[in-house]
Design a protein around this ligand. Structure first.
Ligand code: DGL
Length: 265
């Protein structure tokens, strides 16, 4: 047993889609979350900047004495996850491998689409991981630079989101993909629109949600689960931008009241 919290990091509110799945699958675990909304989006930034910012988020979580860190951000996973994983003694999980495996499992025709931030798509990491596991797969990748700013501004249901998603995903029409990886943790907040645009016959893969299965496996393997029902859980959420804006998006998405504090890194 280990009653320390699990740490989650993201460039902003996107990692909340991963947290929601943790709360559903592992409701006894306590959470510390840091979202760097003041500097989001990370996707168009240089590798060096993403590396520097992500290390700051990691250091913040280490000071909170977490027992495990989840990179609830594809962009940070693509650039710096391997390095952080090697450097720390606690388990560090990323979202890309679980998303890649889930896509391989889901596809029937072997044609997989991947959408992500400019850095995630430029790194080509999904294609690499998917074809390393299953070389016969065909992967079509598309960068969606306008999605993260939409979500960070809380614009997830209106006509602007519909227009942007429709325009951005147009290249997939006629591509024959039967599976689409949401390769950015912000995108599940736009899921109903994305599903509508690509059609209901395309299976959407939420890479962040998929990684919670791995969290569960590691907790069991290292025997570091939180004691059940022993303490009232005190989740803590931190953001580098407005606590009000974060709280509004988070409470609507998670369906519960949470405490948010603004911090500087
Ligand atoms: N949620 C991050 C991801 O999964 C978004 C990165 C960004 O801020 O561009 O990639």
């Amino acid at each position: 047993m280990d009653n320390r919290p699990i740490g989650f990091l993201d460039s902003g509110v996107g990692g909340l889609t991963v947290v929601k799945e943790l709360m559903r699958q592992l409701p006894h675990e306590e959470i510390v979350y840091i979202g760097d909304s003041a500097r989001a989006p990370y996707g168009p930034r240089s590798r060096e900047q993403i590396r520097e910012f992500t290390w700051e988020l990691v250091q913040f979580l280490l000071k909170k004495e977490v027992k495990m860190i989840v990179f609830a951000c594809n962009t940070a996973t693509a650039v710096v996850w391997e390095e952080v994983k090697e450097a720390l003694e606690i388990p560090v999980l990323g979202v890309i491998l679980p998303g890649a495996s889930a896509a391989i499992q889901a596809t029937k025709n072997g044609r997989i689409g991947v959408i992500g931030t400019p850095m995630t798509i430029q790194s080509d990491i999904y294609r690499e991981k998917i074809t390393n596991l299953a070389p016969q797969m065909v992967v079509e990748s598309l960068s969606c630079p306008r999605f993260v700013p939409l979500v960070e501004s809380g614009e997830i249901k209106g006509s602007l989101s519909k227009k942007v998603v429709y325009e951005t995903l147009a290249p997939f029409s006629g591509s024959g993909i039967d599976t689409l990886v949401l390769g950015c943790t912000h995108y599940p907040l736009l899921r109903p629109i994305i599903q509508h645009v690509v059609g209901k016959e395309v299976t959407l893969i939420d890479s962040g949600a998929e990684c919670i299965r791995d969290v569960s496996v590691l907790l069991n393997y290292f025997e570091i689960n939180h004691e059940r029902g022993k303490f009232p859980l005190k989740h803590r959420f931190y953001t580098t931008a407005s606590a009000n804006q974060f709280q509004k998006i988070a409470e609507e998405w998670l369906g519960q009241a949470i405490q948010v504090e603004q911090v500087t890194l």
